[in-house]
Design a protein. Structure first.
Length: 479
């Protein structure tokens, strides 16, 4: 039986490590949106049809992983210390300098998608796809006032009070079973959709609306108001004599803790023969597209759920203390983050209450694209607006790309995303296609160009996509 001594420590470490140090913010990389020979671009718009059918190699068919923040990177969360790194909590980091790098609300996000089974094929009535994938995401929303308390609280005087709220932790994992269909209506319009059965594995929603901390002698007097909802098969909460949650036990057995349904909807529209004259010759090469992805929900049943509330009770907190003295033997980043999250977990003072079932919406994504092609589609330029909705924040990006397919077996794309890369990154994608052998894809929206001395990326958004599949047919659909 596995034990969890802190409500948040494991989850916080995973989210924080991935969001600030993994060389990998959306599940599907946008750079491939206008790449007509990219195998899995129908995951960005279900109206898109591949040139050929395919069978994906299990697990390797389209691995996607991403991480991002709206403000932070390794550069302002960690500082060189001895032979390694120290967190911002170390005394060598100036408090005002660090706090000036933060926004009012600071977000961290990670997500992943791993294909289990995937295939697609053309028929006389349209293009069909079938995918089974393991998906998940995690996110934190941390107010600047919390960091102020963590950093300045070490040197506070008696009577000092800190207040903060809008503190959120979210994580979810599920299996996505999707059946898709795309149909060419005429030479201009193509429509498509997917129906999805969603099997929930685990889910967590933590909300803190208000937290107050007042220093009295060597302890902080804390009050907090918020709620916690956790769902996972085999997970049970441990309670102390005051009915406060004091950790978790897990019986190492995993199963379906929730179920739901989702859809993807999309369309493309070509301006073929829509205009006359010279302007018409130019505009005939335009394609407009739109899609809504992951519109759906998962219902998490009460039989596998844990629910708790923080109703404003007063409790004591020992504070944060993550300083260390030996320059040559700095603790690992994992150990420092674990200590930090354990201290942070002590703030969360939850009382168990009766569990209830609840619906959790997926993080839907709206994609709007425009593409101009030339030289018989060997070169094109595209602009994509992508907005993802959902906890703990709504996220938007605008991506400009140049797409090249000089020969049938090879395609390449270069992109630049304007909002999150902060002029430090670019995107790229390569696709190698052999109709008698294999289709290989690799790419990233945020290829970092700056790293720390420990070779950790210093950018605020990173992602990566890799895929292998075997072509099935020689259909030459293009949309």
């Amino acid at each position: 039986m596995t034990r969890y001594n802190s409500i948040f420590s494991k989850i916080v470490v995973i989210i924080a490590l991935a969001a600030i140090s993994m060389p990998i913010a959306a599940q599907n990389i946008r750079t491939a949106y206008f790449m007509d020979n990219a195998t899995h671009r129908h995951q960005l718009n279900p109206a898109f049809q591949n040139r050929t059918g395919y069978v994906g190699i299990p697990v390797l068919a389209g691995i996607q992983v991403g991480a991002g923040t709206n403000t932070m990177s390794v550069g302002n969360l960690f500082t060189p210390y001895g032979n390694g790194l120290a967190t911002f909590m170390h005394s060598s980091v100036d408090a005002n300098t660090f706090l000036n790098t933060l926004k009012k609300n600071n977000h961290f996000d990670i997500d992943f998608s791993i294909p289990v089974l995937s295939t697609a094929f053309h028929t006389k009535v349209g293009f069909f796809t079938f995918d089974v994938s393991a998906k998940g995401y995690g996110g934190m929303s941390l107010p600047k006032d919390l960091f102020e308390f963590m950093k300045l609280g070490l040197s506070s005087e008696n009577g000092q009070t800190y207040n903060f709220g809008n503190l959120k932790f979210d994580a979810s994992s599920y299996v996505d079973v999707a059946v898709g269909y795309s149909r060419v209506i005429d030479e201009r319009l193509t429509v498509g959709g997917k129906a999805k059965v969603l099997l929930g594995i685990a889910d967590m929603q933590i909300r803190y609306d208000d937290v107050s901390a007042t220093l009295t002698e060597d302890l902080w007097s804390m009050t907090a108001q918020g709620s916690a909802d956790i769902a996972m098969t085999g997970l049970t909460a441990k309670y102390n004599s005051d009915n406060k949650i004091d950790g978790f036990d897990h019986n190492s057995q995993y199963g379906i803790a929730g179920a739901g349904f989702g859809v993807d909807l999309g369309a493309t529209y070509k301006t073929v023969d829509l205009f006359d004259g010279i302007a018409g010759d130019i505009l005939d090469n335009m394609t407009f597209s739109a899609a809504i992805i992951d519109l759906g929900f998962i219902n998490w049943g009460k039989s596998n759920s844990i629910k708790a509330i923080a109703g404003g009770d007063t409790f004591e907190f020992n504070g944060f203390d993550l300083d260390f003295a030996d320059d040559s033997n700095a603790p690992s980043i994992e150990d420092q983050l674990s200590d930090l999250s354990n201290d942070l977990g002590d703030i969360f003072n939850f009382t168990g209450t009766a569990p209830t079932s609840r619906n959790r919406m997926l993080r839907a994504t709206l994609n709007l694209g425009a593409e101009y092609a030339m030289l018989d589609d060997k070169i094109s330029f595209g602009l994509l607006s992508s907005t993802r909705f959902g906890a703990p924040r709504t996220w938007s990006e605008l991506t400009l790309s140049s797409n090249f397919q000089p020969v049938r077996w090879f395609g390449a794309t270069l992109s630049y995303s304007f909002i999150h890369s902060k002029f430090q990154t670019f995107g790229w994608a390569l696709n190698f296609f052999s109709p008698k052998a294999i289709n290989f894809f690799i790419g990233s929206d945020y290829m970092y160009t700056k790293v720390s001395t420990q070779y950790i990326p210093l950018t605020s958004a990173l992602n990566f996509n890799f895929g292998l599949s075997v072509p099935l047919s020689k259909n030459t659909a293009k949309n």
